[in-house]
Design a protein. Sequence first.
Lengths: 329, 376
Amino acid sequence: MVAYIVRRLLLAVLTVWAISVLSFIIIHLPPGDYVTSYIASMSASGSAVSEGEANALREQLGLDKPITIQYAKWMGLMLQGNFGMAMEWGRPVADVIGDRLTLTMVISVAAIIFTWALALPIGIYSAVYRYSFLDYVFTFVGFIGLAIPGFLLALIVMYVGFAWFGANVGGLFSPDFVEAPWSMAKVWDLTKHLPIPAIVLGVAGTAQLIRIMRSNLLDELRKPYVMTARARGLPEYRVIMRYPVRVALNPFVSTIGYLLPYVVSGSIIVSLVLSLPTVGPLLLKALIAQDMFLAGTIVLLLGVMTVIGTFISDLLLMWIDPRIRLGRQ
Amino acid sequence: MTAANAVAPETGFLAEDRIAVATQWQLMWWRFRKHKLAVGGTIVLVAFYLVALFADFFAYVDPTESDAQRSLMAPQTIHWIDDGRFRPYVYALKGTRDPLTFKRVYVPDTSTKIPVRFFGRGEPYELLGFIPTDRHLIAVEGAKASESLFLMGTDTQGRDLWSRLMYATRTSMTIGLVSVALSLVLGVVLGGVSGYFGGVIDTVIQRIIEILRSIPTIPLWMGLAAAVPSDWGVVKVYFAITIIISLIGWTELARVVRGRFISLKEEDFVMAAELVGCSKTRIIFRHMVPSFLSHIIAATTLAIPAIIISETSLSFLGLGLRPPAISWGVLLQDAQNIQALVISPWLLIPSLAVIIAVLAFNFMGDGIRDAADPYL
């Protein structure tokens, strides 16, 4: 068990390191260094940056040193929680990102809960009543769900809401609450707005999970122990729910590690269409304005959050699955 | 005794005989044929690639020709029957401004019929890049196609959506192929090395794959794509985007290849080849690769739709291919504004192409996978 946790933890640390390198590459890809583009964008918005300030900034980021030292300095700043300034906003990156990062995770987790809540019963139904009318319906809907990119589904939902109901279904808060400080009422407002983004984000994953659950359970149902249980006269409900479903659930749980990055990824684009206040629109703006420092930080933080989420799900998996807990792979 | 009589009682035996001597590929083909959805998907894909190959034949006007006088026209209806005979025609359209809303409105002029002809003459172009011709799938007589024919309406700049969609199909369908080819090289080499040699190399490559799979890919793509210099030409951006997409997309292919390598390594025929003294290259390429080629083809087919979706998403955000390049994602950029979309819903038509293509690839890939390995 300890070996398992250590192994997972090591992998998580390695992943965070890989993400940090990739983010650093993104920051350094465009021509010119960060300070030059910082000065350019500052003078474009009217405020000048003095020679001394520029030099101090270069010094702080170590831009005159070799790339490895620059990376080390940057990582040092990141670890201290000093994410630098967001050019376009003229505010520290941490201020700009804070709430949005939390909301990104809230939406992603909501989408995963939706995915689970739907995929589990449908998957069981489709396997038990294989080739029934509803099974075909679910298979068909699942295929469509897989084929529609998230942003397209978001567009369609927006279009339907706008054209048929005359309502703007985008956003995460009612107009009254957008600027309001956090309160119970605001949280409730958020809860009311969550379902649409969660569904839009969750559909593709749900379609995949239904197929996985269906085929896993089908494999289990063919096994002799199920026949034994039936022969013993157990009620059908117990025959299915007690053993085969539990076994079939395992690979299902482990996919959560891949589901989270996938959903977080999708949330970026879906947020843009549904105008959700997540890091998605911020990232796109930063990239278009070539504010690579902000963009790189967002990619890094998103990645780290995802790794933490995956690690937590690994721990959950261990808690659910005795085979892992007891040290067998 | 007639020939028919002689064969009839033996049919069952003959069929079995055929299976016994059939090659692996024949068996696969017979199984694939039974999979109706997969066959349907394949037919659709052939049609899509025909469009990609002969985009300039299927389009009837230059996809970049814009005219503010023709912006946001609704799709036109073709009237098929004229005077009780099959003679398709369209009415000429007159653009006026609504005095109240200042919106451009287009009224059909029912006094002017413009005949529509299949395989008629239109703008000259070079088929496949070297056969000069002016035949198009659809053409009009007695008028310029760019001024009278709008099968799917026009976009904000008055460019014909049908013709743009044909060219977009060329870009989006080929980007899938090129990108998957690159992923395939990475996936087969790394997955093969990982599976065949095992040990430390295997562990390292597996960890790399695991790490890549636990990173949210879209932000990463966006970051890399945004770094593509804005002064690059269409072709250069096309290849840059292709490379970016394939760099992250190879992991699934590598996983499949590795799995096959590991399961084949233990087979008797591989050991036999080793004992006979075959070189490693010969064992891999002469004995192992042919026996899992079909699996690679299936995995590759299933990887293409994901690539098409990635390209479309990136271009939709304005970070992938940029105008003047035309792809499904670029066309859908026009649909970003919901208000505009409600007024002119035909801007969403390109999304149908995306969905149909992705579905078709999924069906075909599933069919190939089932045909390649009935026990899976």
